[in-house]
Design a protein around this ligand. Structure first.
Ligand SMILES: [Zn+2]
Ligand SMILES: [Zn+2]
Length: 138
């Protein structure tokens, strides 16, 4: 469970009603929402929330390291509250649904020295693609 709200409370994050709604929308597992989706869901809960507040809050959560930006090729950037447990993504090529997955190996360690070209390699990102059960259904 990604306990974003709990983590933010623990850090003493200033929790106004508007900021809390943004954090609530992002709380949970397998959450990968675009900024527009966050805005739509936040507005449904708190109609007076402003676009600027939503975008600023997202930016702040990213700079705090509590939310990570996920870029899926050809799709809008998404916000992922699962920021502390290393994971990779499984993406449906049809509907774009994203799941957090934990492959057995370590993609960073799996790159041999001969393939590092002298780089100090600090991160690895693997995207698995396929069709989710809903899209695969005839
Ligand atoms: Zn799908
Ligand atoms: Zn994720």
């Amino acid at each position: 469970m990604s306990d974003l709200l709990q983590r933010l409370r623990g850090r003493g994050w200033r929790m106004t009603a508007q900021r809390r709604v943004v954090a609530e929308v992002l709380n949970g597992d397998h959450v990968h929402l675009t900024a527009d989706e966050v805005l739509a869901r936040a507005t449904a809960r708190l109609p007076e929330i402003s676009r600027a507040t939503v975008y600023n809050t997202l930016g702040e959560l990213v700079s705090l390291g509590e939310v990570v930006e996920v870029t899926a090729h050809g799709r809008a950037k998404r916000y992922d509250p699962n920021a502390h447990r290393p994971h990779q993504h499984l993406v449906c090529s049809d509907c774009g649904t994203i799941r957090d997955v934990h492959p057995g190996g370590d993609p960073l360690a799996d790159l041999p020295d001969s393939e590092r070209f002298g780089y100090t390699v600090s991160e690895a990102e693997v995207t698995y693609r396929g069709r989710c059960p809903d899209c695969a259904r005839p």
